[in-house]
Write a protein that binds this ligand. Structure first.
Ligand code: URA
Length: 273
C-alpha cells in the first residue's frame, strides 16, 4: 500500500517521464524504495574488477545523465523483509498489468510480462523485451532464448529461482522489433522499481538493448563486456543476448567468460571447475 508521499512521488515521476526524463538526479528524502538510484560509470582506465570510481556531479533534469545522485531513502531497500519485497513487487506488477503508456504495445499484448524470481536475489538478469512465448506465458525468458539462458544459469551452479529476471520492456513489441526509446522510457519507472525493491548486488544486462538502456550507453556489447559498471549499489555486467548466441554459437565462449567473471567477483566458482 502506497503512502501519500509515495503516491505523490510516483505521480511526479510519471510527469517527468512523460516529459522525457529517464533518470532522476535528486529526490526528496521521502522517496519510496522504487526509485532510480546512483549510477556511476567505470572509467575506461580502471582495472576490470576494481570498484567503480566516483562519477562527476549529477546534471539536472531533463537531460538524462550517466551519473545520478542517490536519494537518502527513508527505508534502505536492503532492510526490507522478503514479505515486504513480495508485497511491493506484487503492487507494482498490478500497476504494470493495467499500464497503457505505450498504446501500440498495450493494444497488441496478450498480457504484461513483469518479472520473475527471488525478491531478495543477489543477481538480477535484465533482457530486452518479451517475445511471443513470454507474451503467451506471462514470464520472461521461457522461449528458446530462455532455455539457453537456463543452461547458462545451471552451468553457474544456480537455479532460475535464485535469480530475479526481467526485461527493459514489460510488453511484447509486435514482430519482436526493438523497443523504441519512448517505450523504454515509459517502462523505466517499473524497471527502476523492481531494481529498488529487489536491490540486487549484481545486474547482468543481456544484450545491447538492456545494456544501452540501463547504462545510457551506445557502444557495442563487445566493448562493454568484461567490465564493471554501477547502477545504484549494483555492479553491472554486460554480455551478449541469448538470442544472439542462438544465431552465433561462437559467442557462447565469451558469454561463459563473462559468467566466470561474475562468479569470480562474487567469490564463487562454476560447479564443474
Ligand atoms: N528475450 C528477451 O530479451 N526477454 C525475454 O523475456 C525473452 C526473450
Amino acid at each position: 500500500m502506497l503512502t501519500n508521499p509515495q503516491r505523490a512521488l510516483r505521480q511526479k515521476l510519471s510527469d517527468w517521464q512523460r516529459a522525457g526524463v529517464t533518470h532522476v538526479p535528486h529526490l526528496e528524502p521521502s522517496a519510496p524504495v522504487s526509485v532510480p538510484r546512483k549510477m556511476e560509470l567505470q572509467t575506461p582506465e580502471a582495472p576490470p574488477t576494481a570498484s567503480v570510481t566516483a562519477s562527476p556531479p549529477p546534471s539536472p533534469p531533463p537531460k538524462p545523465s550517466k551519473s545520478v545522485a542517490s536519494p537518502e531513502l527513508p527505508v534502505s531497500p536492503s532492510k526490507l523483509t522478503l514479505t515486504q519485497r513480495e508485497q511491493e513487487l506484487s503492487t507494482l506488477a498490478q500497476t504494470v498489468a493495467n499500464c497503457t503508456r505505450c498504446q501500440e504495445l498495450a493494444s497488441t499484448r496478450t498480457q504484461t510480462v513483469f518479472g520473475v524470481g527471488n525478491p531478495k536475489a543477489q543477481v538480477m538478469f535484465i533482457g530486452e523485451a518479451p517475445g511471443a512465448d513470454e507474451d503467451k506465458q506471462g514470464e520472461p525468458f521461457v522461449g528458446r532464448a530462455g532455455q539457453l539462458m537456463n543452461k547458462i544459469i545451471e552451468a553457474c551452479g544456480w537455479q532460475r529461482s535464485d535469480l530475479y529476471i526481467c526485461n527493459i520492456l514489460r510488453c511484447r513489441p509486435p514482430g519482436n522489433r526493438n523497443p523504441t526509446p519512448e517505450e523504454a522510457g515509459n517502462c523505466r519507472e517499473y524497471l527502476d522499481g523492481q531494481i529498488g525493491i529487489v536491490d540486487p548486488e549484481y545486474i547482468v544486462c543481456w544484450g545491447s538493448v538492456a545494456a544501452h538502456n540501463l547504462l545510457d550507453e551506445t557502444i557495442s556489447i563487445g566493448k562493454l563486456r568484461q567490465k564493471w559498471f554501477k547502477y545504484g549499489r549494483a555492479k553491472v555486467l554486460c554480455t551478449y543476448h541469448p538470442s544472439y548466441l542462438l544465431r552465433n554459437p561462437a559467442a557462447k565462449k565469451p558469454v561463459w567468460e563473462d559468467m566466470k567473471f561474475l562468479l569470480a567477483e562474487m567469490g564463487l566458482e562454476p560447479p564443474s571447475a
